[in-house]
Design a protein around this ligand. Structure first.
Ligand SMILES: NC(=O)c1ccc[n+]([C@@H]2O[C@H](COP(=O)([O-])OP(=O)(O)OC[C@H]3O[C@@H](n4cnc5c(N)ncnc54)[C@H](O)[C@@H]3O)[C@@H](O)[C@H]2O)c1
Length: 325
């Protein structure tokens, strides 16, 4: 049994990871500043003696050092996420995603505690290859476009993690997550499925940005969380980068139609130009399909749930919690 520190553990993915690790008898400490995380995501563990929540920031060096000193392994998920958050507060997002990650890695190195970092498919930028594999090129837009700063910051986080492994033998693992969806995710930071479902349930228009022909692939948070644990449990993943996602591709307009059908909604689809949804000159990615052969080969992980099951779960979650995003 291990004692894990999960930064960002009151967030969407981190809280599911905490549940899974606790279910197999581990201890979990969560460090979260509740900027996008929520106490209701972790309230089910409040009476568990193996669970502890500390409200604080990864930018607090003294706190991070003390907490890492008390744990066996670190799962670093804390980040400024979601296109809306990045566009709204570019400087704060960069500080969290670069300096925050640096503080976590520096202190993990100080105590030589293994760290897993959660990077992102945004790393690949505008590369629209059929299957994006870990060594593929990054194709990014101009540095005058704020949107790309998230990709850059996460790339720096990856370089830092990899360099700590290469130069200091710190056991680091990097997982590149593709779109992850499921209960507890909220749509207010630009996450598409909870946003569409919430609008569909309310009978409001579903706002599709751009022409809707851009495609995405979605993984269920329970599969993704199991994937992260399978990476954690393998020594062959140390010093490696692994894609983690599902490669079933759907256009955003088809996704909106599927959600309308599944919710029996009267909602209409409204196309909103990117300039209006974000800012003038905003660039989106046209597609992002993961090549997951590496993680499957090394860990044996495979996704079990399909898009329809994901949508059903988010609908049930929103109906049961009256969660309005
Ligand atoms: N959800 C996805 O589709 C997706 C895709 C790719 C990568 N990721 C990565 O997965 C990780 C988790 O994302 P998520 O989807 O669960 O989002 P989330 O917003 O629910 O989780 C991020 C958590 O970090 C916390 N946080 C932010 N700044 C902090 C700080 N300075 N100190 C402490 N805590 C802080 C937030 O309060 C939140 O609980 C992130 O690193 C994100 O980049 C997510």
């Amino acid at each position: 049994m291990q004692k894990y520190l999960i930064t960002g553990g009151a967030g969407f993915i981190g809280s599911h990871l905490a549940d899974n690790l606790l279910a197999s008898g581990n201890e979990v400490i969560v460090l979260d500043d509740l900027s996008t995380g929520r106490l209701e995501n972790i309230e089910q563990n409040s009476d568990n003696s193996k669970f502890k929540f500390v409200e604080g920031s990864i930018l607090d060096e003294e706190l991070v050092s003390r907490m890492i000193g008390e744990t066996d392994q670190v799962l670093h998920l804390a980040a400024a996420v979601g296109v809306f958050s990045i566009m709204k507060d570019p400087l704060g997002s960069l500080k969290t995603n670069i300096r925050g990650s640096e503080i976590v890695l520096e202190n993990a190195c100080k105590f030589m505690k293994p760290v897993l970092v959660t990077s992102t498919s945004e790393i690949y930028g505008k590369n629209t290859s059929d299957l994006l594999s870990e060594d593929d090129d990054r194709i990014l837009g101009s540095a005058t476009k704020t949107r790309w700063s998230y990709s850059e910051a996460k790339a720096i986080e990856e370089f830092l993690a990899y360099s700590y492994w290469k130069t200091a033998n710190l056991e680091t693992r990097i997982v590149r997550l593709f779109n992850t969806v499921g209960p507890r995710q909220v749509g207010s930071y630009g996450m598409v499925i909870p946003r569409f479902i919430s609008a569909a349930i309310a009978g409001e228009s579903i706002q599709v940005y751009g022409n809707g022909e851009q495609t995405r692939c979605f993984g269920h948070v329970s599969d993704i969380s199991q994937g992260i644990i399978s990476v954690l449990n393998s020594r062959q993943t140390i010093g490696e980068v692994l894609n983690l996602g599902v490669n079933f591709e759907i256009s955003i307009i088809d996704l909106a139609q599927l959600i309308i059908k599944k919710t029996n909604s009267t909602s209409k689809i409204e196309l909103v130009p990117y300039d209006q949804a974000y800012e003038e000159g905003f660039e989106d990615m046209q597609r992002r399909v993961p090549d997951t052969r590496k993680i499957e080969r090394i860990t044996g992980w495979k996704a079990k749930l399909n898009l329809e099951q994901i949508i059903d779960d988010v609908i049930s979650y929103q109906l049961s919690t009256q969660h309005k995003v």
